[in-house]
Design a protein around this ligand. Structure first.
Ligand code: NAD
Length: 252
């Protein structure tokens, strides 16, 4: 890590200490070092599948078997993944009262695995599944097991069963509105590992700016909204978060 980045992280640590309400927003970039590919980087998920087919509600309804063929291969990558230093530092920030809410676009549950509690999963989760017609919950493992033979259906009403992830074309869950309320209270918004290309979540960034919050982006590339950021830390998240933890006096 170069000197400039070290100084930026020292500034970030000072801002965290001084802020009164800190909100985090994470994207797929925080989990790549746990072995889960993001969407848009080279070698990301979109390099091997058409988002229209495997990540939209229209694609799911048109070809549920195809949807499950793709996600059935990916599911073990998500369930086997373990939190990395970024998840752990964010959990520690919350435990020390330095992070008041964590909005995540990720569906991998790694923030919970790392010990974070105030997590808002605005794109849902791959840990649970339910019937798209009657909302009856179904255990995710048996859903993926059944999907190896046929598209899983609900025992009660016969409707299609889908993992509780938000697909393109679907409404966002109540967690999103809760996230908007958190952002409205923030005086510091920290964005980690997101290209900020997916809306309406990306709108949280200008929303924070409007309420007078500072914006910090920590990512491999500046991405959208670099123009309104107060601080941009460019680099690998593992290294940056490790350094941030040290700046804040975390032991491990
Ligand atoms: P994205 O793929 O659009 O952007 C990820 C960003 O993180 C990119 O700018 C990339 O350069 C950066 N990045 C990747 N690894 C990094 C690292 N080690 N250090 C620093 N930067 C790194 O992802 P997004 O913005 O979250 O939006 C796309 C959607 O992807 C979200 O809706 C989310 O639900 C979904 N998604 C989630 C997972 C997951 O749960 N882990 C995985 C893939 C996609």
């Amino acid at each position: 890590m170069n000197r400039a980045a070290e100084q930026q992280i020292a500034t970030l640590a000072r801002w965290i200490d001084d802020a009164s309400y800190v909100v985090g927003l994470t994207g797929a970039g925080v989990s790549t070092e746990s072995g889960i590919p993001d969407f848009r980087s080279g070698g990301g998920l979109w390099a091997e599948a058409d988002p229209e087919k495997v990540a939209s509600i229209g694609g799911f309804l048109a070809d549920p078997e195809g949807f499950y063929r793709f996600w059935g291969r990916k599911h073990p990558v998500f369930t086997d993944a373990q939190p990395n230093v970024a998840h752990r530092v964010l959990a520690e920030l919350e435990a020390r009262g330095l992070l008041h809410a964590l909005i995540t676009q990720n569906i991998d549950g790694l923030h919970f695995k790392a010990g974070s509690e105030k997590v808002l999963e605005v794109h849902g989760s791959l840990r649970t599944a339910s019937c798209i017609a009657c909302r009856r919950p179904e255990p995710i493992e048996s859903v993926f097991e059944e999907a190896t033979r046929r598209a899983p259906t609900c025992m009660t009403c016969g409707g299609l069963v889908k993992p509780d992830v938000v697909l393109f074309g679907e409404m966002l869950p109540p967690a999103f509105e809760a996230g908007q309320k958190e952002v409205d209270r923030a005086d510091l918004l920290l964005v980690f590992g997101s290209s900020l290309e997916v809306f309406p979540v990306a709108d949280l960034v200008p929303r924070a700016k409007q309420v007078g919050s500072k914006i910090v982006l920590v990512n491999r590339e500046p991405g959208a909204f670099a123009g309104i950021a107060d601080l941009i830390v460019l680099g690998e998240l593992g290294e940056a978060m490790h350094r941030l933890g040290r700046e804040l006096g975390f032991e491990r």
